[in-house]
Design a protein around this ligand. Structure first.
Ligand code: ATP
Length: 564
């Protein structure tokens, strides 16, 4: 990575963490975005004035979810509960310990289910006598670094939490836990924080994904970013371009074509929407960098990793620098078919490339898509099963899109992405130049299954304390038992979930676990039945049916064999 920056100077100590907690509290209670921005603006100005130019210590606590300069803490609600329960020697069976452990489940005396930090606050308040915290913002950051460095060692974590307990108030601990969980509940968009910090912050963040770089490059509010600042650079993950969606194919096509009234015949690209993992690949002088959540799998240079040697073979000429955008998928070696999302392993990865954004020292961001694609085909050749171009067509009409969608659906594909031929590439952009088209848009094409709702899961955050997904089952043939089959969380209105949970048959899960008639599996996300559904959507609660009208295992197998 080139381009490293000097750290701006702070001449004074960072403020007390308790003051920052006041800011968090006021952001959390204030409803208007505009007022939130004013409050933030005031804070940044005061920091610049009183503390100095390095605002990163503050920004990383406001936006912990995008701070990459601290290694993962490896602490979720469950292990934080465990640490606090240990710290106080609370009996595992006690009400307090149970409440913390079952933090998602609402009970009569627990109205704040789903908000772990708030529950923990109550737990700590009963035990703490600290009324004034003594830690500064810097010290809290240092403690978080210590937690990261503990690398999961419980005795070190316990020491750190002991210190947090003695040196901060219960309210401050609530916020420290929110920072650790990277879930702040202050309802301030990341974009708003960046925008208030500096007018160019978002643009630089979109091409670097590096909050510290943004904070240091733009410490001076009077400085304006250059074009180079806003361009891609090799070795820095950018925020990929995204797509919009509309309700119908007709509207999608109208939106796609309304931008070029001059050229009535201009065709747009119709690409298959691949169900994999978004992946950007950077190449510099034989070094390969892959950015996605599974980064480590694919190897850094042409000798290692499973994909890199194939990619090196896909180059048509000499390439010293390159950036590609695409989708990483898992391929079944026997059949050559794309496997369902989540089955990606080192040995079966394959990349479907759909864009090229940088080649031999030249950024292509500002070039139209048709030109980027042309250059891409001149630069790369396909290596079957390993490096391929996303299936792509040209079209102009609703009929063109329908035809392609029907094809994709016949192959059980995920849908299409329409792309304007003249569109430039906008990092993190979501405009009408890329429009996704889903199979549901084809009237009456989606199939429905009648299933039995057997359980619900409590949501977290906004849906905290409420059922947010339903577990559905199929009936086992010739038996009164049901097998878990699919979990569905979209499609129904909130009131419908409420209605289900108020039905007389809806009961809390007792101490004896599940009833005999329901079979599930202990595997995460797995189901008792051997098949499940991808992209399920609940259409309706069928009050006109009873439990015996549910599809049986044989019904589902018959459906699956029919190849629909
Ligand atoms: P979704 O959950 O529908 O994938 P999303 O919110 O992740 O949506 P969108 O911008 O709505 O993101 O959809 C674009 C996503 O679709 C990309 O992030 C990418 O992972 C995926 N994708 C698959 N095939 C393509 C393609 N040919 N062109 C662009 N994106 C594609």
């Amino acid at each position: 990575r080139s381009n490293s920056l000097k750290q701006p100077h702070n001449s004074k100590r960072t403020p007390c963490f308790s003051q920052l907690v006041e800011l968090f509290e006021s952001l959390a209670t204030e409803r208007k975005q505009e007022t939130k921005k004013k409050i933030l603006n005031h804070w940044f100005a005061k920091w610049r004035n009183d503390v100095g130019n390095d605002i990163f210590p503050l920004l990383r606590l406001l936006l912990p979810h995008i701070d990459k300069h601290r290694p993962a803490l490896g602490l979720q609600e469950a292990n934080i509960s465990k640490l606090y329960i240990k710290l106080f020697g609370v009996k595992a069976q006690s009400d307090d310990a149970t409440r913390l452990r079952n933090w998602t489940v609402p009970t009569d005396d627990n109205k704040i289910a789903g908000d772990f930090a708030a529950l923990l606050h109550d737990f700590v308040k009963k035990r703490s006598s600290v009324t004034e915290g003594v830690l500064t913002i810097k010290e809290v950051n240092d403690l978080l670094d210590d937690l990261a460095n503990a690398k999961g060692a419980e005795f070190i974590q316990l020491e750190i939490f002991k210190r947090i307990f003695h040196e901060t108030t219960p309210r401050e601990q609530k916020w420290i836990v929110r920072i650790i969980l990277k879930h702040m509940s202050i309802s301030v968009l990341e974009t708003s924080v960046l925008e208030v910090f500096h007018p160019d912050a978002q643009a630089i963040y979109d091409v670097t994904s590096d909050l510290r770089y943004v904070a240091w490059r733009l410490y001076d509010p009077t400085f304006r970013a250059t074009d180079t600042d806003k361009d891609l650079r090799i070795g820095w993950a950018f925020k990929p371009m995204l797509s919009t969606s509309f309700k119908t194919i007709e509207e999608s096509v109208t939106r796609m074509t309304e931008n070029d009234p001059v050229d009535k015949d201009l065709q747009f690209f119709i690409e298959e929407k691949i169900d994999g993992e978004r992946m950007q690949i950077h190449v510099l002088n034989g070094q390969y960098l892959y950015y996605s959540s599974y980064t480590h799998l694919y190897g850094r240079d042409s000798q290692t990793g499973s994909l890199t040697p194939h990619l090196a073979n896909a180059f048509k000429g000499d390439i010293n620098s390159l950036i590609l955008d695409g989708e990483m998928v898992a391929i079944d070696k026997e059949t050559g078919q794309v496997l369902p999302f989540g089955t990606l392993k080192e040995t079966n990865s394959s990349v479907k490339v759909f864009d090229m954004l940088f080649i031999n020292g030249r950024s292509l961001l500002g070039e139209p898509l048709s030109k980027r694609k042309r250059e891409m085909c001149m630069t790369l050749k396909e290596v079957p099963g390993r490096v391929e171009f996303v299936p792509e067509f040209r079209g102009r009409t609703v009929e063109d899109v329908r035809t392609r969608l029907a094809q994709v659906m016949a192959d059980r594909g995920e849908g299409l992405v329409l792309k304007h031929s003249r569109s430039t590439y906008i990092p993190n952009g979501r405009n009408h130049d890329w429009i996704k088209v889903k199979p549901e848009y084809m009237d009456g094409m989606a199939d429905t299954f009648d299933l039995l709702v057997v359980a619900g899961n409590y949501g977290r955050g906004k849906r905290g304390g409420q059922i947010s997904t339903l577990l559905c089952a199929v009936k086992q043939d010739g038996s009164e038992r049901y097998s878990s089959f699919v979990r569905v969380g979209t499609g129904l209105k909130f009131e419908e979930y409420e209605r289900i949970t108020k039905m007389p048959s809806w009961k809390p899960r007792g101490p004896n676990g599940l009833p005999d008639w329901l079979q599930t599996t202990k595997q995460n996300d797995g189901h008792h039945f051997s098949l499940t559904l991808r992209f399920p959507r609940a259409v309706k609660i069928r009050d006109d049916r009873n439990k015996d009208d549910c599809w049986t295992a044989a019904d589902v197998l018959r459906y699956s064999d029919s190849g629909k």
